[in-house]
Design a protein around this ligand. Structure first.
Ligand code: NAD
Length: 487
């Protein structure tokens, strides 16, 4: 797919309500990983452009129409944007799929509608974050106000380019902040398209800006920028640590949504058919390039053979295919580089003694693309690299456990704590295990369901802060205490 046939792409920086070239004139190429073909050349922001975007955001936040707007007016803009986005789900889905390699079924039918739903949720919430009053004195009225933080720098990854950005943009704007977004360099296109939607919905200039470019330059400059008040980051744990260090210089507010190595625990009394289906969805949705991927399947010993047989049978049917075909359920990995990382992990699994029972190879569709087979390892032990490190690809590591206590020990034997799942017909056991697992989200008898009202975020090195729901509204506000003398 070439630039010429995707005529609706936006390729400039989006600053102060308009698309523009970078001050340096530099651009970078974004490609379709399923074909290797060029999609577009996108303006590459440098320090000067970032400063301009931050200044526009600051101005919008401090003065002008955005600052003057009533919360409900802000909400209406977001609701209009949600409707526009939903009505363009197919077009947005197509661009997301071309840029990321994910199946069009996921991008057009799930990710983009979920992004629109997130916008509606926060549009409706714009005037619903309340302060408190404190009845502790007769001679004074004590209360709190919730105020927007200011200029929010959002730095996002490539796996859910639009949806991850929306989890930040929607609550931040709903509360009256101004946003500067830096999308991942490999997938910048839907963020730029969305800038146009917000403008069309009536968002005043400067309230939302997009500065595509490399993390090491633009991202790092945002983290230490003296006029950005908060960084909201989603990405790798190591990148998060580097951003935290850079943000320390100005004591910015920071929230961190980082990596995961989530345990998917199947007890012997589970519905094994449903658990097998869930295990497949947990690891192969989004090609396994999912922070919350159920990348460790933990099976009770007595049902190991029965479950693994069902999982392998299903995995073998999941052939990588053209992401633009609506029937495809396993697309292309995001890049050749990512595919090489995944292949290295598969080699390490084999050399450390795990048993490869499905997939394990690079694949091509029409002779092209960064595809990788749906891969399942059995006989994995907790100390193996493929049980400890986030692979971020379609590779499942199967481990066994003896009993409930062992399931919890193995489940928690990771530096991460983003998500987990428990499959059992015994509700007490399922709930005990859910409580004992150290993870920000635990599903019971299902996997990979999300709601804009339900908070999402990590324990341990999966980060801190929560996105979505009223936690997100709090994350984009400061608390001001007001003391009114009545004496
Ligand atoms: P990444 O950390 O490489 O990049 C994320 C973003 O940070 C990109 O925009 C990148 O350009 C930028 N960046 C890179 N170096 C930077 C620096 N030094 N300073 C500032 N910004 C910098 O992550 P990725 O490869 O794009 O995404 C995959 C990772 O994201 C995985 O680890 C995954 O688990 C994680 N993730 C977490 C969640 C969550 O909600 N917890 C959701 C999605 C993805």
């Amino acid at each position: 797919m070439s630039v010429a046939t995707e005529s609706n792409l936006k390729t400039g920086l989006f600053i102060d309500g308009a698309f523009a070239s970078a001050a340096s004139g530099k651009t970078f190429e974004t490609t379709n990983p399923a074909t290797g073909e060029s999609l577009a050349h996108v303006a590459e922001a440098g320090r000067e452009d970032l400063d301009r975007a931050v200044a526009a955001a600051r101005k919008a936040f401090e003065s002008g129409p955005w600052a003057a707007m009533k919360p409900r007016q802000r909400g209406r803009i977001l609701l209009r944007a949600a409707d526009l986005l939903a009505s363009r789900a197919d077009a947005f889905g197509r661009v997301e799929t071309l840029d990321n390699g994910k199946p069009i079924f996921e991008s057009a039918k799930i990710d983009v509608p979920a992004a629109a739903e997130c916008l509606s949720y926060f549009g409706e919430s714009a005037d619903k974050l309340y302060g408190d009053t404190f009845p502790s004195r007769n001679d004074a009225l004590l209360m709190t106000l919730r105020e927007p933080i200011g200029v929010v720098g959002a730095i996002t990854p490539w796996n859910f380019p639009l949806l991850q950005a929306m989890w930040k943009i929607a609550p931040a704007l709903a509360l009256g902040n101004a946003v500067v977004l830096k999308p991942a360099s490999v997938t910048p296109l839907t963020a730029l398209l969305f800038a146009e939607v917000l403008a069309e919905a009536g968002l005043p200039p400067g309230a939302f800006n997009v500065v595509p470019g490399p993390g090491a330059t633009v991202g790092a400059a945002m983290a230490e920028h003296p006029d950005i008040d908060k960084i909201s980051f989603t990405g790798e744990t190591e990148t998060g640590k580097s951003i935290l260090r850079a943000a320390a210089g100005t004591l910015k507010r920071v929230s961190m949504e980082l990596g995961g190595k989530s345990p998917n625990v199947v007890f012997a009394d589970a519905d094994l058919e449903a658990a097998a289906r869930g295990a497949i969805n947990a690891i192969f949705y989004g090609k396994g390039e999912l922070c919350s991927a159920g990348s460790r399947l933990l099976v009770e010993e007595s049902v190991h053979d029965a479950l693994i047989e069902k999982v392998v049978e299903r995995a073998r049917k999941m052939s990588p295919a053209d992401p633009l075909d609506p029937k495809t359920r396993l697309g292309s990995l995001v890049s050749e580089k990512q595919r090489d990382n995944v292949a290295r992990y598969v080699e390490s699994g084999k050399s450390e003694g795990a048993k490869l029972v499905a997939g394990g190879n690079r694949a091509a569709v029409g002779g092209k693309g960064a595809f990788f087979e749906a891969t399942v390892f059995d006989g994995v032990t907790p100390e193996m690299t493929i049980a400890r490190e986030e692979i971020f690809g379609p590779v499942l590591s199967t481990l066994t456990f003896k009993d409930e206590a062992d399931a919890v020990t193995v489940g928690n034997s990771t530096i991460y704590g983003l998500a987990a799942a428990v499959w059992s017909r015994d509700i007490k056991k399922a709930l005990r295990t859910a409580k004992a697992l150290k993870a920000g989200t635990v599903w019971i008898n299902t996997y990979n369901f999300y709601d804009p009202g339900l908070p999402f975020g990590g324990y341990k090195q999966s980060g801190f802060g929560r996105e979505r729901g009223h936690y997100a509204l709090e994350a984009y506000t400061e608390v001001k205490s007001v003391w009114v003398d009545l004496s």
